[in-house]
Design a protein around this ligand. Structure first.
Ligand SMILES: Cc1ncc(COP(=O)(O)O)c(C=O)c1O
Length: 441
C-alpha cells in the first residue's frame, strides 16, 4: 500500500478508503503482489538442486490464498487434519502436503494416512504406534535440537523444555523403533521458533540436523522449518534471507556429497510469505483523553487481531484518513471488555472520530487467530489481485453466532419468547428504516 498524492493506494490505484467504504470496517485486505514477491525472493536465495517451500498455512488459511500458493508452486505445511483437508480442497496434491501435528491422537494421524499426505512425527510413543499400524508408510521425524530461539517465549519451540519434537539425544531410541517396525524414514525436520534474526542460529540447527541425518539411509529430504523474521517496524530489521540462503546452500550441498545423494531441502515459512501482505482497517469510534493518555478506541479488539496482546507483538499503525500535518501520541485500543491495546505511545497523524486506521503486517496469525469473543462478528477478507479487489470472505452475521447453538428442550419456551421479541424489535427497526427512506425520497 503506497501513499500517492495523500491517498493510500493498492496496486491498480485501488484506494484504501474506498475499499473500507465498499466492504465496511473492520476489514482485512491482502495484497497478492507482496506474497508473490516474498515467494520469489525466498526461492531465489538458495543454490541447491532440489528446493521445496511448504507454506505454513496456519498463518493465513483462506482457500484463495492456498490456491494462489499452489499456483506459485509451493507445497503446504499443515498442523491439523482440518488444514490438510483445506489444502486438498484448494487443489494441493497429497504428496505436496506435509502434516506436522503435535499432541494429536493416533486416530487423527490415521486420517492423514488415509488422505495420503506426508507425515511428520514428533513423539516416540506415536512413532511406535504408527510403526505397528502402518509399517509401509514412510514418515518424517521432527527433531528437537535444543536451541532457544525466537522473538518470544510462546513462539520458541526448539528448546529443551519445549513440548515439540524428539530430542536429538533420543535418536538411538528412534533407530531402535525403526528397526523393530520396519518403518522407512524419508525425512528429518526441525523448527526452532519464529522471528529468528540471526543466520548463526539457523546454521547451528542445520549442523545438528546434518549430523543426525547421517544416521538414516533412506532420506529424501531435510526440512529446516521456518522462523524467518520480517520487519514489523518498517526498519528493515529482518532475517538476511540472501545470506542465509548462501550459507545453508553451501553446507547442504556439502552434506549431500557426503551422503552420496541429492536430497531436497525444505522450508515451511508462514510469516515470511504473508505477514507484510496483510492490512487491517478499523474505524475510530472514540478519541478519549484521560489524565494518563490520549486513547483512540477502534471498532475492533483482541477478537480480531490478538498478536499485540498475546505476544507483545509490535504492529505499525497509521491514519489512513489523515496522511499529513501534525502528529500526536496515542494509545490505540480496542472495544473488548478487557485491556486490549494494539499500540502504546504511537505517533500518528491527528486522529478524529470516524477516521480509519490501518494496522500493518496483518497477513500472518491475525485473521486465523480471530474469534467471536464478546459475540462480535469476524471481519471480511479482501484480496487485491492483478489490480482488482475480490471479496474472499464475507463478514459474519447474527446467524453465524447462533446457527450451531442448540436450544435445550427445557429452555425452549423462554428462548422462543426472546426470539419473538428480537424479531418484533428488528421488524420495527426495519419499518422505521423503510418509512425514513420513503420520506427522504
Ligand atoms: C512447525 C512449524 N513450521 C512452520 C511454522 C511457521 O513459522 P513462521 O510463521 O515463523 O514462518 C510454524 C509456526 O508456528 C511451525 O510451528
Amino acid at each position: 500500500m503506497q501513499l500517492q498524492d495523500g491517498v493510500y493506494q493498492f496496486p491498480g490505484g485501488i484506494s484504501a478508503l474506498e475499499l473500507c467504504e465498499k466492504y465496511g470496517c473492520p476489514l482485512y485486505v491482502y495484497d497478492y503482489s507482496i506474497i508473490e514477491r516474498q515467494y520469489k525472493r525466498l526461492t531465489s536465495a538458495f543454490e541447491v538442486k532440489k528446493l521445496k517451500i511448504n507454506y505454513a498455512c496456519k498463518a493465513l488459511s483462506n482457500i484463495n490464498i492456498l490456491k494462489l500458493m499452489n499456483n506459485l508452486g509451493s507445497g503446504l505445511d499443515t498442523v491439523s487434519i482440518q488444514e490438510v483437508r483445506l489444502g486438498l480442497f484448494s487443489g494441493f496434491s497429497p504428496d505436496n502436503i506435509i502434516y506436522t501435528p503435535n499432541c494429536v491422537s493416533i486416530e487423527e494421524i490415521g486420517e492423514a494416512v488415509k488422505l495420503g499426505v506426508r507425515i511428520n512425527i514428533d513423539n516416540i510413543s506415536i512413532l511406535e504406534q504408527f510403526g505397528a499400524l502402518y509399517p509401509d508408510y514412510p514418515v518424517c521425524i521432527r527433531i528437537n535440537p535444543h536451541i532457544m530461539a525466537g522473538g518470544n517465549s510462546k513462539i520458541s519451540v526448539g528448546h529443551i523444555d519445549s513440548k515439540f519434537g524428539i530430542s536429538y539425544h533420543q535418536i538411538p531410541h528412534v533407530l531402535r523403533v525403526v528397526e523393530a517396525t520396519g518403518l522407512t524414514i524419508e525425512g528429518l525436520h526441525m523448527h526452532t521458533g519464529s522471528e529468528i534474526l540471526d543466520t548463526e542460529v539457523f546454521l547451528r540447527g542445520a549442523d545438528i540436523l546434518f549430523a543426525e541425518a547421517k544416521k538414516f539411509r533412506d532420506l529424501d529430504y531435510l526440512d529446516f522449518g521456518s522462523g524467518f523474521k520480517v520487519s514489523y517496524k518498517n526498519d528493515g530489521i529482518e532475517t538476511d534471507i540472501e545470506d542465509l540462503g548462501r550459507q545453508i546452500s553451501k553446507r547442504f550441498n556439502f552434506f549431500c556429497k557426503e551422503y552420496g545423494r541429492d536430497l531436497t531441502i525444505m522450508f515451511e515459512p508462514g510469516k515470511y510469505l504473508v505477514s507484510e501482505s496483510g492490512f487491517f482497517f478499523s474505524k475510530v469510534n472514540v478519541v478519549k483523553t484521560t489524565t494518563a493518555a490520549k486513547f483512540a478506541g477502534i471498532d475492533s479488539g483482541l477478537n480480531h487481531l490478538i498478536r499485540p496482546m498475546m505476544y507483545d507483538a509490535y504492529h505499525s499503525i497509521i491514519n489512513v484518513s489523515k496522511t499529513e500535518g501534525t502528529k500526536n501520541i496515542y494509545n490505540v485500543v480496542g472495544y473488548i471488555c478487557e485491556t486490549d491495546t494494539f499500540g502504546e505511545n504511537r505517533s500518528i497523524h491527528t486522529i478524529q472520530e470516524g477516521h480509519v486506521l490501518c494496522i500493518k503486517n496483518a497477513g500472518a496469525y491475525c485473521f486465523t487467530m480471530a474469534s467471536n469473543y464478546n459475540s462480535r462478528f469476524r471481519p471480511p477478507e479482501v484480496l487485491i489481485y492483478q489490480g482488482k479487489d475480490f471479496l474472499i470472505r464475507k463478514r459474519e452475521t447474527m446467524n453465524d453466532l447462533i446457527h450451531n447453538q442448540v436450544e435445550a428442550d427445557i429452555l425452549q419456551p423462554t428462548l422462543k419468547a426472546g426470539e419473538d421479541l428480537l424479531n418484533t424489535l428488528l421488524n420495527g427497526e426495519k419499518q422505521k428504516e423503510i418509512l425514513e427512506s420513503k420520506e427522504a425520497q
